[in-house]
Design a protein around this ligand. Structure first.
Ligand code: UDX
Length: 417
């Protein structure tokens, strides 16, 4: 059992703290957001993460987990400090390291292993180790929102980068058994970006295939099934949609592109991955307008606002980008999302799918919430101004919607109607 301090109680920090406590360690988790800390002390978890509220309550009850507003309490008498603080995109796309630096300054010469979980550009731990005299260990996270607890407790791999192999061994010993990649800090940092940027690239590839299929009158679902069954390609992350988003992919692609450019390395796959994504919202708008005609003064019903299903997170959501385009084209947008209760800029957030699509010239599915696959279009259609359904996530059973009289635009297929 180790004594662990965790700095940051966001998705990553809170999951790290609660899971380490569940694994038998003693954990102090610090966050500068006083309201968040008060809520957590009462066992209230706002993050939409299955299993996390229970782990937090268990940890509080057993005393294995506690929360503080003062970082220093997370450094006192701890063997390890995990940095789980934000590294947002700066104006040039590079990751901003201000919070990481200020926490390191607070840690100073304390005698504990300092582990960076925050996503930082390759070379950061090495440079900051030289600057601060703290031998930083890199241990990137691969947690998917909505699955953070399961991903933490059953990792596909654990990556640890340390200058001293003894530090790497000590960090690995905190975790459950899993395949381990032990390397130097810079390589570990690069693994994280390489993973997220590859996944984003795979999605942009799938979205470009969808565009091609629409032009050639082919079926993208069959194309992705056809390539995904090749084990060298794999079936995951080939579902086309209105673009990828969230708190990681946009930020990480920008940061690696900025790091590559600063190092003088031409990485056109990365820039194309991003520019392909930037085009997707306009593509959705074009397909809506192709069915409805000009949107000025018309109402459009948007189904789904979060960046993916299973989360309440709106950060860098492709659905918001599409809603923005619809509004710019003159539409009045009413949106329903099972996990969002307004307000959202420019959009009227309503309480039901029925309220979103009433009087609308089109219903546009932008997040793959499973409940959107079980709607009764026979009931919804008579309330709409035009029976147009644009399903960018392919969750609606097409035949049933067609039988109900809807004109269905299938994403990644030329077929309409
Ligand atoms: C991602 C990584 O998966 C995770 O390992 C990392 O630590 C953080 O970033 P997350 O941001 O939670 O996790 O989302 P993810 O499930 O990976 O989805 C990212 C985006 O891709 C979403 O907008 C999602 O809708 C989109 N997506 C994903 C698709 O459009 N199609 C797919 O087939 C898969």
């Amino acid at each position: 059992m180790a004594a662990i301090g965790v700095i940051g109680a966001g998705y990553v920090g809170l999951t790290t703290a609660a899971c380490f406590a569940a694994l038998g360690h003693r954990v102090v988790c610090a966050d500068r957001d006083a309201d968040r800390i008060s809520a957590l002390r009462r066992g209230e978890v706002t993050a939409h993460e299955p299993g996390l509220p229970d782990l937090v309550s268990d940890g509080l009850r057993s005393g294995a987990l506690c929360f503080t507003g003062a970082n220093a309490e997370a450094f006192a008498d701890t063997d390890f400090v995990f940095l789980c603080v934000p590294t947002p995109s700066g104006p040039d796309g590079a990751a901003e390291l201000g919070v990481v630096r200020s926490v390191l300054a607070e840690i100073g010469s304390r005698d504990c292993r300092v582990v960076v979980k925050s996503t930082v550009p390759p070379g950061t731990a090495a440079a900051l180790s030289r600057e601060t005299g703290i031998a930083l260990v890199s241990n990137p996270e691969f947690l998917r929102e909505g699955h953070t607890v399961a991903d933490f407790l059953h990792p596909q791999r654990i990556v640890v980068g340390a200058a001293d192999p003894e530090d790497a061994r000590a960090v690995l010993a905190l975790y459950p058994q899993a395949p381990a990649i032990v390397t130097d800090p810079t390589t570990a940092e690069l693994v994280k970006y390489a993973a997220n940027c590859f996944l984003a690239m795979k999605l942009s590839y799938a979205n470009s295939l969808a565009e091609l299929c629409e032009v050639f009158d082919a079926d993208v679902a069959a194309v992705t099934a056809g390539i995904g069954s090749d084990t060298r390609i794999g079936p995951d992350f080939l579902r086309p949609g209105p673009g990828w988003g969230g708190s990681c992919f946009p930020k990480d692609t920008r940061a690696l592109a900025a790091a590559a450019a600063a190092a003088g390395v031409d990485f056109p796959l990365l820039t194309a991955t991003m520019s392909t994504n930037d085009r997707q919202a306009d593509r959705v708008l074009r397909r809506v307008v192709a069915e409805t005609g000009p949107l000025r003064g018309a109402r459009v019903g948007v189904l789904g606002l979060t960046f993916k299903a299973g989360t309440d997170d709106l950060r860098d959501s492709p659905a918001l980008r599409v809603a923005e385009r619809l509004v710019a084209a003159g539409a009045a947008v009413r949106a329903f999302d099972p996990c969002v209760r307004g307000p959202v800029d420019g959009v009227e957030v309503v309480e039901s799918v029925g309220a979103a699509v009433e009087g609308a010239v089109a219903a546009v599915v932008l997040t793959e919430w499973p409940e959107f696959g079980a709607l009764s279009w026979a009931e919804l259609k008579p309330t709409m101004a035009l029976p147009v359904l644009v399903d960018t996530r392919c969750v609606v059973p097409v035949e049933a919607a067609r039988e109900a009289g809807m004109r269905v635009v299938r994403w990644g297929s030329a077929s309409v109607g």
